[in-house]
Unconditional design. Structure first.
Length: 377
């Protein structure tokens, strides 16, 4: 733009920029375009609008925005992020204010006889300056958002860790100290998989999720239904936040036992009670295997197949149909394998006689788990 035209346009903008009526109209335009900006105190919008108008004037004088002007734009972006205003909403307000300011200046210039070409050049300069300001505002908004998200997540993660480790800590949102929560543990360490699990577990109600001891854990008021498939998750019965540490310790033990047994998907902690306590005593399980399964050879693939069938048979209450379904074989195949198993071990797999029938069945189940674990290894 020629110096004379530039001076004339600059004087016009300076005169309008100091006009209190224009400032208020610009503030109203910004607040009218964005509900979230309108929800802020009006003086807050006025303060930022005044700073940005003066910044544009300063940039026109100096040939471009100074670091001081850019810093003011960055403060606006950062403040809006901390006020919870999304970047789209605050940019809508900013652009509405800019558009109102430009329309007013152009209208004033035409009344004073400023040629359209000079006004167009001036508006182009304003656009160049406001584009630089927008870039700085958006960058600062995103940086502040990331910092806030990281701080909030770290705070929630610390709360979760301290609760699960049994430390004394004040229970804060999203938890209620008087409510009960399921403690869910897993061996998931991949952040992407953990994020998916968090979304699934908190879909019904807010909870507290994060990586504890390097693995995904959660406190949720309700478990999702239907049960999600995927990695093994152990869910404890609900307990108040102050009492979840024992559930976490038990859940970790059950998780190790379930993983060793090849389990997947979500499992109730109570359903894994027998597996958990037997896995903690491998030597005793080995003694049972030696006493009850001495007729089986761990190096014989057919014997391992018999043991797997016998274990599935016990897991399904001695029912042929469900056992055959889970093993993907015919019912007659299950009957044959159970018969051969009993011949080789010299005792019935299910022994309903006597008052210790449950204990004897549990011992056989334990022996089979231990025997198969040793055979596979």
């Amino acid at each position: 733009m020629e110096p004379g035209a530039g001076d004339r346009f600059l004087r016009l903008l300076i005169e309008h920029g100091d006009d209190p009526a224009l400032l208020e109209a610009t503030v109203r335009a910004a607040r009218g375009r964005s509900e979230l900006v309108a929800a802020l105190p009006e003086e807050e919008t006025r303060r930022h609008t005044r700073a940005l108008v003066r910044g544009v004037v300063s940039a026109l004088r100096g040939g471009g925005p100074s670091e001081e002007v850019l810093a003011a734009a960055a403060r606006l972006g950062s403040d809006r992020a901390r006020q919870g205003v999304p970047v789209e909403a605050f940019l809508d307000g900013f652009q509405a204010g800019r558009a109102h300011l430009v329309r007013t200046v152009v209208a004033g210039g035409r009344r004073l006889g400023v040629p359209d070409a000079e006004l167009l050049d001036g508006v182009t300069r304003i656009d160049e300056i406001t584009t630089a300001l927008v870039h700085r505002m958006v960058q600062a908004h995103r940086v502040a958002e990331l910092e806030l998200a990281r701080t909030a997540r770290e705070t929630r993660g610390q709360l979760l860790r301290r609760l699960l480790h049994g430390e004394a800590v004040a229970v804060r949102a999203p938890l209620d100290p008087a409510a009960a929560y399921h403690c869910v543990v897993s061996d998931v360490s991949d952040p992407e998989v953990a994020a998916r699990l968090e979304e699934e577990l908190t879909a019904a109600a807010p909870g507290l999720c994060g990586l504890v001891d390097g693995r995904f854990a959660a406190l949720v008021p309700r478990l999702p239904d239907p049960v999600p498939s995927g990695p093994l998750l152990v869910a404890a019965p609900p307990a108040r936040p102050a009492g979840v540490a024992p559930m976490y310790r038990l859940g970790r033990r059950a998780l190790r036992a379930g993983a060793a047994a090849g389990l997947t998907g979500r499992r109730e902690l109570a359903d894994l009670a027998l597996l958990t306590v037997t896995a903690a005593e491998p030597e005793l399980g080995g003694l049972l295997a030696a006493a009850l399964l001495s007729g089986l050879d761990p190096d014989d693939p057919f014997h391992r197949e018999l043991a797997e069938t016998a274990l599935a048979y016990l897991d399904h209450g001695g029912r042929i149909g469900p056992t055959a379904a889970v093993l993907h074989v015919h019912g007659n195949t299950v009957k044959y394998r159970i018969r051969r198993f009993q011949q080789l071990t010299g005792r019935p797999l299910l022994d309903p006689a006597g008052g210790a029938a449950v204990a004897r069945t549990a011992n056989r189940w334990w022996a089979l788990h231990r025997w198969l674990a040793d055979a596979r290894s």
